[in-house]
Structure formats: C-alpha cells, structure tokens
Design a protein around this ligand. Structure first.
Ligand code: BTN
Length: 332
C-alpha cells in the first residue's frame, strides 16, 4: 500500500471535515499553496490508493469513501486520542502483533504505541491457543502501555479494554455486547473478540504491558463456524452487513484511552459495578477449567482486586484469579 504524503493526508482530512460537500480546487490550491494542477495530481494519486473522490469541473472534489485500511494515513485524520496511537505501526502481515509490540517495547517505543496488522500468521490467544487472523477480516492490534503498576494490578487492564470495546459495540453499532470473564467479548453468547495482555516486570512492578485485541469484524459465517472452543461470531454477521474497521477502531481507541486513565486515577473498584452490568456470566452457573482441574458454581461478582467470586456447589465461596470459563448456564 503506497503511503500518502503529508499534503495528501491534509487534503483527506479537509475533505473528510466537509463530508458530503464539494471543496473547490481553487480553495484547496490556496490552502496548500500549490497550483490547481498540483491538487489534481494529489487527488489522482489518492484515487489510485482506493480513496473514492468525486471530481467535478466546476464544484471541485468530494470525498465519498476512504479505503478500509488501518494504515497511519487512514487512521490519523480520524483519531481523536491524545497519546494512544500517536506512534502507529501498520503491517501488511506479521506473526503476531503482540510479539511485534513486545519487540518494539524492548527497543524503547513510547507509551501508547499501536501495532496493527492486516493479517497474522501466528496470532495467539490465551493459554497458547491460536487466534484466526485472516487478511483484512478483522482488527488485529496491540497497544503498548508503559505505566509502572503493581504486577497484581496490571492485568486488570484486560477488563478495562474489554469494557471499552463492549461499550463501543453497544453505542456505535447497537450490538448487545457482553463480557465473559476474563477476556472474551460476546454477542448473543458467541465470541466476537478476545484480549491477550502480556507484560514484562521488575520484581513487583510492571515495566511495560502489551494489550493485544483481536476482533472478528467481517468474517463470514463459514469462517466463524469452527472448530473453536467457544461458538464464534463477527460484527458483520451480527449486523447483517459489512462493517468498516475504521468505524470501530477509532472510537475504541478514544474510549480505551479515557477508560484506562480513569482506571489509573480511580482504581479497579471504581469499575466493578460497570463490569458486573456488562457481565455475561454474573448470576449464572459456570464451569471454570484450570488445566486438569475444573470447578462449578454460580458467578457472584468481582472482588475489589478483580478476582471472580464463585459460589461453589458445595456452598463455599472461592475467589478465582485465572481460568477458562468453559460452560455458561443457558449458553448456546
Ligand atoms: C483470546 O481470546 O484468547 C485472546 C485473543 C487475542 C488475539 C489478539 S489479535 C492481536 C494480538 N496479537 C496476537 O497474537 N494476539 C492478540
């Protein structure tokens, strides 16, 4: 994918700001201090890159559609974050964006850097599972966070990211997204996204953390029919139409930036009520697997530290810190 020049990025930004309206070649030429022919040449290049721009001899140019690529050029004009994604790494293909982000972190990449790939050849999920990452079908993204947090607290960032994503799926797409502890986002009981956080720490404090987010955006029913450990779906299946990844990515990053800052300021306990309201499992009987061991009980809520409170079948309450919810009562 050819990269736009700074002037081309600015032209796109201006045309986006005036979406639905023509902007004259003369206005653009004035604004950028180049000739109208110069503007026309930039527009021609943008069209070749997939930007759908209508040209009219008298009225000028109108942006109809931008290509659904997650390149810096496409993302930059619509990103409203202050620090998140200000360093942007777009890759056509990579083993795993988490691995790439971990590497960049070790090389001193700044807080808030984002790695996004069109395709992953070795996308990873929790517990060593594979994350299916077909080209252009989803969002495969890793966020580098450099806040130094107690190692017990840092993993709670998974909940924050899941919560931000579920909120955006609800507000922007009208989908009733829920969270399945600890890291899955579901719609109608099917998994649409997962989060994998990995950190490096010095004794009790995290040095940096990479939060990997995988979202099934435009995967077809065939692609989502398995074999998966948990029933899967995509946003397009749920919406009954294709979805622009950018329309999800940009609001998610803004939401997460805000929610993460709130989490740092107020702590995890501040989030509990919201997490409980978004929970897929609360009040239901679930089965949790930890390697060979399995426990069954009713999910009662979260502790102040982020453990899941399980009322077991034997009447005892256990705080569960890690595991895999394999079955949820009444699920598909
Ligand atoms: C899970 O559900 O177990 C977590 C899935 C996380 C997948 C994402 S895709 C982007 C990032 N890179 C990876 O290799 N994994 C995460």
């Amino acid at each position: 994918m050819p990269v736009t020049t700074p002037t081309q990025s600015e032209i796109i930004k201006l045309l986006r700001d005036r979406a639905g309206n023509f902007v004259s070649g003369a206005d653009l030429a004035d604004k950028f201090g180049i000739s109208r022919t110069g503007i026309w040449k930039h527009i021609r290049k943008l069209k070749a890159m997939g930007y759908d721009i209508v040209s009219h001899p008298k009225d000028g140019y109108m942006l109809v559609e931008i290509p659904d690529l997650l390149t810096e050029e496409a993302v930059r004009p619509i990103l409203t974050t202050r620090w998140l994604g200000r360093s942007w790494h777009f890759l056509e293909t990579v083993g795993s964006t988490n691995d790439h982000a971990l590497l960049l972190a070790a090389q001193g990449e700044p807080h808030g850097a984002v790695v996004v790939a069109e395709e992953q050849t070795g996308g990873r999920g929790r517990l060593g599972r594979k994350w299916v990452s077909a080209k252009g079908r989803g969002i495969y993204m890793s966020i580098l966070l450099r806040d130094s947090l107690p190692v017990r607290i840092a993993p709670q960032t998974i909940y924050v990211a899941g919560f931000s994503l579920a909120k955006v799926l609800r507000s922007q797409f009208g989908l009733r997204a829920t969270m399945k502890w600890p890291n899955d986002i579901l719609i109608e009981g099917r998994k649409v996204a997962g989060i994998l956080a990995e950190m490096q720490s010095d004794q009790d404090l995290s040095r940096f953390m990479v939060v990997g987010v995988g979202i099934n955006v435009n995967s077809s029913s065939e692609e989502m029919s398995g074999p998966f450990r948990y029933p899967a779906t995509s946003i397009s299946i749920q919406m009954g139409r294709a979805v622009k990844r950018l329309d999800l990515l940009a609001p998610f990053l803004s939401r997460f930036e805000e929610d993460y800052e709130e989490f740092l300021r107020e702590g995890f306990s501040h989030l509990i009520a919201d997490l409980e309201a978004f929970s897929e499992i609360l009040g239901k009987k679930i089965t949790i697997l930890f390697g060979e061991r399995q426990i069954c009980g009713k999910a009662m809520g979260f502790t102040q530290d982020g453990a899941l409170l399980l009322l077991k079948d034997d009447g005892e309450t256990e705080s569960v810190w890690a595991g895999d919810v394999a079955r949820v009562e009444g699920a598909i």
